[in-house]
Ligand binder design. Structure first.
Ligand code: FPP
Length: 248
């Protein structure tokens, strides 16, 4: 991998990579394990990747889709397990995040999370505020449509209270009221496990993102797989709706 890694690094890595981590359940089933064991393995894969990106790659922003607004519909035992796992992940990595210069942000409707988890999140966001090495966003109770809906509500409140005129409602004004206001749009969205859907992830923000799908199940997704995804990304031509320059 090291030669590919060197090539990928010298060609300029994407600024923001967002990942739909899918396939924990199938990974576990294939091994005769419980779904919860699959999620635990998924957390280890996330840890491995964040460490790799923080130390080796130079990507500035990474967003992980950890718990969707729709995931509340899973059996209560699985929901409880997932939320406890994510809470623990954030709490146990806090010191490491600070030491590695990782700034944590959370997007999604945090108010729907258990109160203890809300405290973990608030503390981690505050404690890592000074991190400048890597911006890690974890999407919790997140849905793209809900994010856009909340932005509309914030706009209406600002218009009602005279802070914004109706004529000032622009793409910019909306983007500034999304949960992701502080982060640039993703350049590359990766989805694992062979599914090819957005599943309500960063809908507004991914308008011009490059998409990369792999059959690898999330717990198996390794730093080498990420490097392959970026290598693929670097071969694409991003035109943002314009035309390529034609020689002669
Ligand atoms: C999909 O697997 C994954 C999730 C529901 C998200 C949870 C992700 C983790 C626990 C990974 C850890 C992340 C962090 C930030 C610590 P699935 O259950 O939908 O798999 P399936 O489609 O094979 O059933």
């Amino acid at each position: 991998m090291s030669t590919l890694l060197e090539r990928v690094k010298s060609a300029g890595v994407p600024r923001h990579v967002a990942i739909i981590m899918d396939g924990n359940g199938r990974w576990a089933r294939a091994r005769g394990l419980s779904r919860t064991a699959g999620h635990e393995a998924g957390a280890r894969a996330a840890e491995r990747l964040v460490r790799f990106i923080g130390h080796r790659l130079g990507i500035a922003y990474i967003t992980l889709f950890a718990f969707s607004a729709e995931n509340w519909g899973r059996p209560k035992a699985e929901v409880d397990f997932l939320l406890a796992l994510l809470d623990r992940f954030i709490a146990e990595h806090l010191r490491e995040f600070v030491d590695s210069g990782i700034r944590l942000r959370v997007v999604g409707d945090v108010s729907t999370l258990p109160i203890t988890m809300q405290r973990t999140v608030a503390k981690a966001v505050e404690t890592t505020r000074g991190g400048t090495n890597l911006n890690l966003t974890i999407a919790l109770s997140y849905g793209g449509r809900q994010d856009i809906t909340r932005a509309c509500q914030r706009i209406l409140a600002d218009v009602a209270e005279g802070r914004l005129g109706a004529e000032d409602v622009s793409e910019e004004a909306i983007a500034r009221r999304l949960d992701t206001a502080e982060t640039p749009d993703p350049d590359l969205v990766i989805r694992t496990s062979g599914e090819r859907r957005f599943s309500n992830f960063l809908l507004w923000q991914s308008a011009y993102a490059e998409l990369y799908f792999t059959d690898v199940l999330w717990p198996d997704f390794s730093p080498a797989d990420l490097v392959r995804a970026i290598d693929d990304f670097q071969k694409r031509e991003r035109r943002f709706g314009a035309v390529a320059e034609v020689a002669g």
